[in-house]
Design a protein around this ligand. Sequence first.
Ligand SMILES: [Zn+2]
Length: 264
Amino acid sequence: MKIRTKKLLSLALAFTCSLSLFASTPINAEAKTSKKAAKNIVVVLDPGHDNTHLGCHYEGFEEGIANLYIAYYCKNELEKYSGVTVYMTRYGFDCAYGANPDSSADCLTGRVNFAKSVNADVMISLHNDYDPDLDKSQNGAKVIIPNPNYKPAVCAKGMAVGKSILSELTTTGLNVNDWKMCPNGTGIVTRDSDSGKYPDGSAKDYYALINKSKSLGMTTVIVEHAFVTNDSDRLNHLSTPEQYQQLGIADATGIAKYYGLKLK
Ligand SMILES: [Zn+2]
């Protein structure tokens, strides 16, 4: 398991270096989705977790590394389209926002503030899931979107972009996950905080990344690509760089279709 992790790390490092070549590609902001030129869209990709705030790990799978792979592949694919600028909240394995091992709050706030600072039209947080009971029946993809409270337009945008991404993810062979935490059968879910409230008294979104973004008027969705605790998801979607590439391309295609972007 150690050797595998080491190999994965060196692969990821090599990949990071090679893809940094693409980071400074100039963006053609003159995309036309209709008769008049569309405005340039800013998309922030958020590879969930880091070396300080570890995600799920199981059978040699490390979520923070996988999410970074998917984000780089997604960025690379999305930059094939005109009229979009893509940023990532981290480009390496380390926490970019203070690395406090006792709390992830500052890190999450830092990610949201970064997205706001570059005027993100949307932030797509990239994750993978793990069933804490090792329930292998939980499988497939879902997108957690803002709830309808406080700023309904943020929810509406999250719903639309989330559906577009989920639809592309299913073309890779992933099922739609019926998450047992919030089951509704659609793979597009909201989750409310048990006690937190927005200023209008309505229930806050459970996830800090989503509720902090909403407070700033920004839409963030969390894409949970697959379940590492499901054997089929892990072996067929979360085991090789090529599989991560498939997921990243699916995310990018879903984002591009939502905005009506055209290939360069
Ligand atoms: Zn995660």
